[in-house]
Design a protein around this ligand. Structure first.
Ligand code: ASP
Ligand code: MG
Length: 440
């Protein structure tokens, strides 16, 4: 059995939904198809929630009406027969009735989660209407019946597996299941979600739970590329990545895959394939535990990074200093991404400035604290980087003109990470594209 996940743009237009139906019926393997909400819908639902939270029911109503109109047109173009359209309109009307009812009741966080869940509920039901009209046998699998998170908001594959295998066993005559990405139930049994972009995570969790043959993530790019196509002219799709390499790249702006979706697939050893709905026969990127080749596969960058340097002569020959520093970050639940040390100073980076003032205040007693905002992390990712000939000299030759602030190498065998001022991000990615990959 395999899992196929289609994101918002892949279902965002009626004709794209038609393509999805073709893609999922190309082979006979049993499958669970995971869908996102139509592109733009979750953003609108967030807007509705925000307007409600601000007590602006008028604004919320406007967004609801606009969304409703969009779905009406969508249905007209998705389905052919009057009967199918009518049936689908009645199903979607229930969701808009719900949204209109909440306008009248008092708003809270649990209700907000209910609002956010409507997108995936509607996309899967509409898709199911289309499959029904085409006579494609399938079953709609409510994610809320099996996808769950624990009291710490963490999904547990074991719990998901227990519920899901039960449902699948009861429907062993079915070969095609359609379910919602993103949505789940929390420990209190309320409707919740796996955070924005979480449909990939759903797909990976389901694939882990059923020990799928493969977890296919279908988007509109032909896999992960060696560099950011928005910044450099020439990029190439990467054929194979290890889970570790993919995790590095997913953390850095490679928006194609939600970073959290790596661990379930890796832990349960399910290969992940990144495929392109527009070019379904292109190879895409295969992510497995042991990706064959070694060497640099890609460079990626993430901006909005803050560097903090703590300099203290007390650090010299002292022990326990780093622990005290780290404790401050732990206290403010802020994760540290990069770290370099010398005998008298430590520099580290964070990508979340929510508690920056508190953190600085608590670090000051330890020594001189210096802050550099608007930095960018540039990561050079590849298996066993150190084993690639001349890689470090090539790397440093290419960045000769860049004022590098930090370098980290050796934390794992598969990346070298640089910190550069944010204004040098573009240039760094460009010189590395040429210096390392020989591309423009
Ligand atoms: N619909 C959700 C979002 O836009 C989940 C997803 O698409 O992955 O964030
Ligand atoms: Mg996505």
């Amino acid at each position: 059995m395999k899992v196929m996940k289609f994101g918002g743009t892949s279902v965002g237009k009626p004709e794209r939904m038609h393509d999805v139906a073709t893609l999922i019926t190309r082979d006979a393997e049993e499958k669970i198809v995971v869908l996102s909400a139509l592109s733009g819908t979750t953003n609108s639902l967030v807007e509705i929630g925000n307007a409600m939270a601000n007590g602006d029911r008028e604004a919320a109503k406007q967004v609801i009406d606009k969304l409703d109109a969009h779905y009406q047109t969508f249905i007209s173009n998705l389905l052919v027969t009057e009967a199918a359209q009518q049936k689908c309109r009645a199903i979607i009307a229930e969701h808009f009735e719900f949204l209109n009812i909440i306008l009248k009741i008092s708003f809270n966080d649990a209700l907000n989660k209910d609002i956010l869940a409507q997108g995936e509920l509607m996309s899967t039901k509409m898709f199911s209407c289309y499959l029904e009209e085409k006579g494609i046998d399938h079953m709609l699998l409510p994610a809320l019946d099996f996808m769950s998170i624990d009291a710490y908001d963490e999904p547990q594959v074991g719990a998901i597996k227990a519920k899901l295998s039960n449902i699948l066993a009861q429907n062993s005559d079915k070969k095609l299941f359609i379910t919602q990405g993103y949505i789940c139930r929390n420990a209190k049994g309320e409707v919740d979600n796996l955070k924005r972009g979480g449909s990939d995570y759903s797909a990976s969790l389901i694939a882990a739970a059923i020990q799928a043959s493969v977890c296919e993530i279908w988007t509109d790019i032909d896999g992960m590329h060696n560099n950011d196509p928005r910044i450099v002219k020439k990029t190439v799709a990467i054929e194979q990545l290890s889970f570790d390499e993919a995790a590095e790249l997913a953390y850095f702006g490679a928006k194609i895959l939600h970073p959290a979706s790596i661990w379930p697939a890796q832990h349960y050893n399910v290969p992940v394939k990144l495929l392109n709905t527009m070019e379904p026969d292109a190879k895409g990127t295969l992510i497995v535990e042991n990706a064959g080749s070694v060497g640099v596969k890609a460079v990626a960058a993430k901006d909005g990074i803050t560097a903090i340097k703590i300099k203290s002569s007390r650090m010299l020959l002292a022990y326990g200093f780093l622990r005290k520093v780290f404790e401050v970050f732990e206290k403010y639940r802020t994760s540290i991404d990069m770290i370099t040390t010398s005998e008298v100073a430590v520099s580290l980076t964070i990508d979340n400035n929510t508690y920056l003032d508190d953190i600085i205040r608590e670090l000051e007693p330890f020594g001189t604290v210096e802050l550099d905002k608007d930095q960018a992390i540039v990561s050079i990712v590849g298996n066993e980087i150190g084993k690639t000939e001349h890689i470090l000299s090539k790397l440093f030759d290419s960045i000769a003109d860049i004022p590098v602030r930090m370098v980290s190498y050796g934390g794992s065998p598969h990346n070298v990470t640089l910190l550069v001022p944010g204004s040098f991000k573009t240039q760094t990615l460009q010189v590395l594209n040429k210096g390392i990959f020989g591309l423009d």
